[in-house]
Design a protein around this ligand. Sequence first.
Ligand code: ATP
Length: 462
Amino acid sequence: MTEKNEIMEKIVSLCKRRGFIFQGSEIYGGLAGIYDFGPRGVELLNNIKKSWWKANVYDKENYYGLDSGMFKHPKTWEASGHLGGFSDPLSECKNCNTRIRVDKELAKIGVEADEKMTEKVLNELFDQNRDKIKCPTCGKKDFSSVRAFNLLVKSNLGDFTSSGSEPVYLPGEACQGIYLNYKNIVSSMNPKIPFGVAQIGKVFRNEISPRNFLFRTREFEQADTQLFIHPNQNKEPYEEIKKDRWKWYLSLGIDEKKLRFKQHENLVFYAKDAWDIEYEFPTGFDEVEGIHDRSDYDLSQHMKFSGVDLNYIDQETTEKYIPWILETSMGLGRVFLAVLCNAYYEDQMEGDTRVVLKLIPHLAPIKVAVFPLLKNKPELVAKAREVYVTLKKEFGAVVFDDNGNIGKRYRRQDEIGTPFCVTVDFETIEKEAGITLRDRDTGEQKRLQIDELIRHIKSILA
Ligand code: ATP
């Protein structure tokens, strides 16, 4: 294992130890590709979502929020092309039955391949390189031929006869809910083109080999925006969206040197352009978000399959047209992981090596931790609890901790990225000298009265 992967292992272990992420169904041995967000994780996830919603709904004048149901009419996935073409190339080890995703295995040995290639082309590429690809489980090189494996997950919703004749699928991508509601949004909100719709939604994919922790899972959330624009007026807004999305990652405190844009070389037939934003994980650069110029494909397809007119009529010019769509689609699990990797540091403090998450205060799961200097002095504990209750009313995500010595308490909070640690000591009580506030990143401490402390924290979280 490389040093880089050791860092990933440390992050995975911290996530479990400190209540960020748990393996799904762990007590039953786990379920591949499924993870649960623990008490710290759900706070960080919600803070990322809030930041995204603010940037894509509140800070914009022409974007609307949406939360569509997960289940959709089966025709949705026929119209979108998912039933026919949403597949990954699969091959199986003949010795131990381990399944591999062929395009990713080819990419690992430097052969340009992706899931949009035909089965025939992928089989040819695979055959030319079979001698270089080993089974990740048993090490043999004896694989079946490549077949396209559809990633949609079926359900039996409403199928009381168990005939399975018209399965209702779990969403393979979140954005279909936006297309299905486009007409409702136009008639209820009367938006003028260009206008956008933003939505966060669950997605399920039968990934052949879930891997890299939260990076490739079978259940995840996508945060999507779709901007509806006049046909052919795509170039300028597309560039603006790219800039805007880049800025959002910087606003999360992500190191700009660890981000890059990558243009798709192999476009689907209807796409005008497509770029990914990639983050440099400890395992290398990989996609966190796709930005796609999709022409009028989505609405035209749904118009064809539903028979409902999805033309937009410009109220001023009476011009009638099917809007084109510019899409951003981000995986929340991948961004969560990028934020953690970006914030993870091991440094020296007070003669110790410590692990610290240097999360920006807005994202930190806990904003303030309050400690009495000593657990066995009732007057310190009582004052610390009073401070805790006051701060909890102001900031919500505040904890009280009197467990272990003060150094250990600091280390625990460092590991979850708490920006403000407040200690009540004898001077607080005897001299009314206020509390001490310790800075997570430098370890420096200063004394503040409670009202000063509240103003200070508010100014940073504003
Ligand atoms: P990949 O090539 O990595 O499979 P994709 O190009 O199929 O991803 P999209 O369908 O464009 O991804 O989905 C948009 C976003 O959803 C991706 O940028 C990624 O952040 C996230 N995503 C896609 N598949 C997964 C997955 N299996 N687990 C977690 N996040 C995912």
